[in-house]
Design a binder for this molecule. Structure first.
Ligand code: PGA
Length: 251
């Protein structure tokens, strides 16, 4: 197995740079090996400063509002995100989609960001599960739309984050069996779009109520290459435990 991709989605936290640095210091002091790489999707206001520090964490953005500039008060464009030093970007997180982002524009942003050499984490996931399995078609559809504008040779810089909306910020995560089913649908769709060789380059991670008890199961049984973690990433003990456990699977 490749190294797991463990991403903290800090959302609107921490309150300031000092707290962010304290959190990172605590996490890194708890890592069993200092080469256990992990990722932080940080608020834009913190990225530039965080990149100045010598830390293990790879720092990225939680969104890119616009590809090009214009009269968009309060928004950031791709070149500005790149200028902060961000090394990756989440795109299409359900909390951003809920605020009205159009999925075709998300697809354009995925293509533009990949062409700019940013690593992209495209978030997808169904709103709910139905007995007829329509959610499987919805997952496949979101992949087709989201990857519809990219060049296949960029698939090695793309990560798909499968985040069922019903499991985000919830009391329970999806089961490893549910995540495996989604991973198969996602992989099959990418193979259909880009061929087996290219599809193999793309990694798939799970997000939605990940904690220290369920994290490793998504990797061992759930068909996933990593995790996108919200709440549990703000607790240094829990987050470091998840990183250590995921790197040390099978030991
Ligand atoms: P959660 O959030 O881990 O708190 O459910 C995940 C996410 O929104 O990416």
């Amino acid at each position: 197995m490749n190294s797991p991709i463990i991403i903290a989605n800090w959302k609107c936290s921490p309150d300031n740079m000092k707290s962010a640095l304290r959190l990172i210091e605590n996490i890194e002091n708890l890592l069993n090996k200092n080469k256990y790489k992990y990722y932080i999707a940080a608020p834009d206001s913190l990225i530039y400063q965080l990149r100045e520090y010598d830390i293990v964490g790879v720092i990225g953005a939680q969104n890119i509002d616009r590809i090009e500039g214009g009269a968009y008060t309060g928004e950031n464009k791709l070149s500005q995100i790149l200028d902060t030093g961000a090394q990756f970007a989440l795109l299409g997180h359900s909390e951003v989609r809920k605020r009205g982002e159009d999925e075709n524009y998300i697809a354009e942003k995925v293509a533009a960001a990949l062409n700019s050499d940013l690593r992209v984490i495209l978030c997808i996931g169904e709103e709910e599960r139905d007995h007829d399995g329509k959610y499987l078609e919805e997952i496949a559809r979101q992949i087709r739309v989201g990857l519809g504008k990219i060049d296949n040779d960029r698939l090695n810089k793309l990560v798909i984050a499968y985040e069922p909306i019903w499991a985000i910020g919830a009391s329970a995560a999806a089961t490893p069996a549910e995540s495996l089913e989604a991973a198969i649908v996602i992989r099959r769709e990418i193979v259909a779009m880009a061929g087996l060789h290219n599809a193999k380059q793309t990694q798939i991670i799970y997000g939605g109520s990940v904690n220290e008890s369920n994290a490793h199961l998504f990797l061992t049984e759930g068909g996933m290459d990593g995790l996108l973690i919200g709440r549990a990433s703000l607790d240094s003990d829990v987050f470091a435990t998840i990183i250590n456990n995921c790197y040390e699977l099978g030991k």
